[in-house]
Design a protein around this ligand. Sequence first.
Ligand code: CAA
Length: 249
Amino acid sequence: MGEELKGRVALVTGGTGGIGTAICARLGRMGARVATTYRNREKAEAWQKQMKAQGQDVAIYACDVGDYDTCVALIGQVEKDLGPVDILVNNAGITRDTTLKKMTPQHWRDVICANLDSVFNMTQPVLTGMAQRGWGRIINISSVNGQKGQFGQANYASSKAGIHGFTMSAAQEVARKGVTVNTVSPGYIATEMVMAVPEEVREKIIAQIPVGRLGRPEEVAHVVAFLASEDAGFITGANLAANGGQHMH
Ligand code: CAA
């Protein structure tokens, strides 16, 4: 794909995580100027140094993606520093896995806020500018579990299913303006989030993946890069799965 995103600005939420890191690196290699949000300054600064050592310059910004006003301020700062946001990857997400029997309103709210409110909070402030400039890419990271549900993830699966409803609606609103909005639904990827699942449970899940292994973060970043590319302009409102065949529909 060469340097086809040269001159573009990409904002990736939660870029310091497993999948986020691969997305930042990939968009950077395609020539985009990349910015990401973080919650933990120490972790983010160490991450930024590591990226730099690999030749990747990523701008980092403290941001609670669950808070609209904070997101508006962050986007203002990114636009001041790097220029208007052309590509937004809503990647930030958390889990609070527990059965409904034990799920508290806090477990529910934390996940809906970080995973779903965040998609509104970041997209709403950038969408009009993208439409006015006649080019934009919004890529929302959902999950296989938003498509099929998962024992212990009523909160997470709801947030991830909600993301695609958002994608399909936003896609219709800006389709004529050169802006595409798509969902990527990764399956179980080898990241800290998946490694936090008890080993016994994880092994059972891996046994249900036809490809026979966990996915790699780079394999998700590849789908994001494809959707961000120029030639993906006719793909909008889609939900692309990268799940090793675990769920087909
Ligand atoms: N289907 C049916 N029954 C199940 C089950 C399942 N998948 N999993 C567990 N059970 C049963 C258990 O056998 C147990 O039955 P008994 O009481 O008869 O023995 C009962 O349900 C309770 O199970 P646990 O003891 O495991 O309950 P727990 O509260 O200790 O743990 C849990 C529940 C935290 C949800 C745990 O099962 C778990 O972590 N599951 C994995 C959830 C998961 O896949 N998370 C994905 C995280 S990664 C991610 O989210 C990224 C992504 O997008 C894919």
